[in-house]
Design a protein around this ligand. Structure first.
Ligand SMILES: Nc1ncnc2c1ncn2[C@@H]1O[C@H](COP(=O)(O)OP(=O)(O)OP(=O)(O)O)[C@@H](O)[C@H]1O
Length: 245
């Protein structure tokens, strides 16, 4: 994205002069206070709203085209699962909507449920699951079409700390196995951003700007030990300092 801006019809300047290049297989976390334009940037990348200035290209094409080709998937904090549908039907819904034959749908559904550790839960209904398990199902559903770009808007914000850390590790595992999938992840949690990212994108509000992009050059796989290292605290401090200005 090159000098991308978004002014809503009511005059709100949500994003100003945003410049960012994300490479294949990167994991970028966006942090910033409420209203700094994180969701607006995601909506523009997903082709759900147009930028009002600048150039934006996603996977070598326009955001709308990339979305049409099913190369982008979304995960939100709210799990948005269908309450009456078994897990296998929930995760295969994107394929059902596209008319993929049942046999192939089921095979893909089982593949992604296994990826998130829920292979024995295909026939269970969402209400029988904990919050963390529901989030795993949402992630499985997003992965079913093998997206090249995964957009995650505060996915773990409603989870307790232990579940959150477990899911962070699981997500990193899935991302590492894929090697090519790029993940863009919004969080308010600086610790989470540093733990997950190859780079942290720090935004400031009024008007929403990318104020700094901080490299986290710690190799993967990262383990709980990383959370206790002095480097970890030092990156957390660095991101927090930028957020304060
Ligand atoms: N459809 C809209 N019309 C007008 N203004 C909007 C619209 N959507 C968002 N805004 C405004 O644009 C600014 C950026 O909003 P956005 O939701 O992108 O921020 P955010 O960083 O994602 O916030 P949060 O962390 O609370 O989700 C805010 O001032 C918001 O009120």
């Amino acid at each position: 994205m090159d000098q991308v801006g978004k002014v809503y019809p009511n005059g709100t300047i949500a994003v100003q002069q945003a410049n960012l290049q994300a490479g294949e297989g990167e994991f970028l976390c966006f942090v910033g206070p409420s209203g700094c334009g994180k969701s607006t940037i995601f909506n523009m990348i997903a082709g759900l709203t147009d930028q009002t200035s600048g150039e934006l290209s996603v996977l070598g094409t326009t955001p709308k085209e990339a979305r049409k080709q099913n190369e982008i998937a979304f995960v939100f904090q709210e799990h948005t699962l269908l309450p009456w549908a078994k897990l296998i039907d929930n995760v295969t819904m994107p394929l059902t909507l596209r008319g993929v034959p049942k046999k192939q749908r089921i095979a893909e559904g089982e593949r992604v449920l296994e990826l998130v550790g829920l292979k024995d839960y295909t026939k269970v209904l969402p209400r029988q699951l904990s919050g963390g398990m529901k989030m795993r199902v949402s992630i499985a559903r997003a992965l079913i079409a093998r997206p090249k770009l995964l957009l995650m808007d505060e996915p773990f914000g409603a989870l307790d700390e232990i579940t959150r850390q477990t899911l962070q590790d699981e997500l990193l595992n899935i991302w590492q196995q894929d090697q090519k999938m790029t993940v863009l992840f919004i969080t308010h949690n600086v610790f989470e951003a540093v733990y997950l990212s190859t780079r942290v994108v720090v935004m400031t509000p009024r008007p929403g700007k990318i104020s700094e992009i901080i490299d986290i050059p710690i190799p993967f796989p990262r383990t709980d030990e990383f959370r206790t290292l002095p480097e970890f605290s030092s990156y957390v401090r660095q991101v927090s300092e930028v957020l304060k200005h």
